[in-house]
Design a protein around this ligand. Sequence first.
Ligand code: CMC
Length: 383
Amino acid sequence: MSDVKKGLAGVVADVTAVSKVDPETNTLLYRGYPVQELAATQPFESVAYLLWHGELPAAGQLDEQRAAERAQRALDPDVRTLLDMLPLDAHPMDDVRTAVSLLGARELAGTGSVLDASGSVEDNLRRSLTLFAALPAIVAYGQRRRRGLEPVPARDDLDYAANFLWMTFGEESDPVVVDAFNRSMILYAEHSFNASTFTARVVTSTLSDLYSAVVAAIGALKGPLHGGANEAVMRVFDEIGDASQVPAWLDTALAQKRKIMGFGHRVYKRGDSRVPTMKTALDSLVAHYDRPDVLELYSALESEFVARKGIYPNLDYPSGPAYNLIGFDTATFTPLFVAARVTGWTAHILEQAASNALIRPMSQYDGAAERHVDGYVPLADEL
Ligand code: CMC
């Protein structure tokens, strides 16, 4: 079994120009730019453009993309009808997966043959922008529907982040909140060959279509070892209650061999490069909402767990409480991750399609030795 790379750990599966993760230096570059710089200076729309096109947009290019995005922000009536058919206690990630599937089926109607599904670069850039534009309304409506509220019409005079919050809460958010949310979207946008992005690339490698790849990626992101961890972090915070409970809670959790959500990473072993930027955003939200108790619990769990296990927080650790402070329902946190990561997924889909090789690894067989059906006794004959 020595050649088996369980979980593909350490396997370099392909080259990419979309982002560079360097755990040795704790660096994350999107198309060469440090993510911290992008988060501090750019609207999320510019980072989406960067991921898709390889360069930050010139003013005219950003205006053009913004106009196209704003024109597609409204909640699609067919999507609303479909979402209304789902149980209120369905997980919001299932809303998002279902809605993207509908958008894909409609867009690809008439393509006729599987041979025509994958589309041109222009088709896929247009489809990427459609999903980027449509997801905030889908995620926002998911939260509002569960609260018994009508959808809020999109605004075309607000940037992506401000409009997302507007459609969710029906009021304009404070600039501190918009800035923290915008930073979180940028930090979540891209992270090389993580499980969901790799899933999208596997689907693309079969010459399937962009929507199928995104639906599959959403499924991969839902799991708590990946994107679902931001929801799981908040559930842990709720379970612990307050900072004074941390040592006793951790004693029990570790005795039960529980994974502590929001800690650890397959690639980073000495801390996640995105955490300091998101922690700064969390600090600003804690000050804005005057909730020092959140920071006390955050710091107590972090210092106690790091001291005991030497395992550091990942991005989901500060994002969970940040989204809670903003007012998102806990089950909505991972759909927010979808809205951000759809930019990275689609950049990778474009890259995979441009230089494709079918992704099809090998396995080492470890089952029954060869045998033959003439020795098989059917159950009925045994009685
Ligand atoms: N809590 C407790 N123990 C942990 C944790 C954790 N969060 N993370 C790693 N360990 C332990 C693990 O039990 C194992 O111990 P041992 O060698 O004694 O069996 C050792 O550290 C190695 O862990 P692993 O799970 O084999 O390592 P991995 O590289 O496969 O794990 C991980 C990476 C993210 C799956 C894991 O750290 C984990 O489950 N973390 C909690 C879930 C989480 O926060 N996921 C978000 C990941 S980052 C952002 C994203 O994708 O959204």
